[in-house]
Ligand binder design. Structure first.
Ligand SMILES: [Zn+2]
Length: 303
């Protein structure tokens, strides 16, 4: 009886252990699924009809934004060469087979360094570039590689001219700058453009500095926007008080890397705070994805 009694007590114990193990497995499986689901939501927000996504891709101390709307896409800058494979992977993961346009805002390595790799590996319709003069045309290896890859790709090279409108499906934007024919430093040759989608508006500024901002404000360009890609990685060379007041963004995006104390500069952050902008930074938030249906804007971050 004693032995039977022992057996009787042992049997439920094994069953309980099995049950507990089963529950642990279920908890782990559900946890992994939820984690993946959360992760997936941020990693690949698949384009939906009637929506636009803008990816502010984390390329450390550099610029790279991807605009996706339906079957159309525009890449604004490509970061440095070191992160180009990550950028291309993101483009591929979204199922994009062809970029309608690449906006190469200005020929500095933190904007065009990654573009040769992108141009070598995907079909591109056209590449928008600022017009450069003999005086400011770069002689860097990066620029040479960019021109070679552009020629090999077969994409059409198009000069960005203020006032021109570029349309790719529902992606539509107007060029505001380069306002100067020629100026000190390539940053001020940056392509600046304003995009509208439904009732929402966006301003992309490359690395344009104070001189360009002042010119845009004084010539009465339409600057007011819901979203601003903050100029020159948030440094104090850009984001004058007048410019930030004129744009008055609800959302501001700064592409910058860890460990560069002046990017973004305190003064820039204060000015954005003064107009009530919600600030997102790739150094703190990783890649940031903005989604809009033309009316509402939502933002998700990887960090
Ligand atoms: Zn830059």
């Amino acid at each position: 009886m004693a032995a039977t009694g022992t057996k009787k007590r042992a049997a439920p114990t094994q069953a309980t252990v099995r049950r507990i193990l089963y529950i642990i497995c279920v908890i782990i499986a559900v946890g992994v699924t939820l984690y993946n689901r959360n992760h997936t939501v941020v990693q690949t927000v698949q384009p939906v009809d009637g929506e636009m996504q803008i990816y502010f891709i984390d390329v450390v101390q550099a610029d790279c934004e991807l605009i996706v709307c339906g079957d159309h896409s525009v890449l604004v800058d490509g970061g440095e060469a070191a992160t180009a494979a990550d950028v291309l992977k993101r483009i591929n993961d979204l199922g994009i087979k062809k970029l309608d346009c690449i906006v190469a805002t200005h020929p500095h390595a933190d904007h065009i360094g990654g573009l040769p790799y992108i141009l070598d590996n995907i079909e591109v319709g056209e590449v928008l570039m600022p017009k450069l003069t003999k005086k400011n045309i770069p002689t860097t290896r990066t620029y040479e590689k960019f021109l070679t890859s552009l020629a090999n790709n077969g994409a059409k090279a198009v000069r960005a001219t203020p006032g021109d409108t570029h349309v790719y499906g529902d992606i539509r934007f107007q060029i505001l700058s380069p306002v100067f024919e020629q100026t000190e430093g390539l940053n001020n040759m940056s392509i600046v453009f304003r995009m509208e989608y439904g009732e929402t508006s966006f301003l992309f500024t490359g690395d344009a500095e104070k001189q360009v901002e002042r010119e845009l404000v004084s010539t009465g360009s339409t600057l007011k926007c819901d979203v601003l890609k903050v100029g020159h990685h948030g440094s104090a060379t850009s984001s004058t008080e007048e410019f930030i007041s004129a744009v008055a963004p609800r959302y501001a995006f700064i592409e910058c890397g860890d460990g560069t104390p002046s990017h973004p500069h305190r003064q820039t952050l204060d000015r954005l705070a003064a107009v009530g902008a919600q600030v997102y930074r790739t150094d703190l938030n990783g890649t940031i994805i903005l989604t809009t249906d033309g009316k509402n804007i939502t933002v998700t971050t990887e960090k």
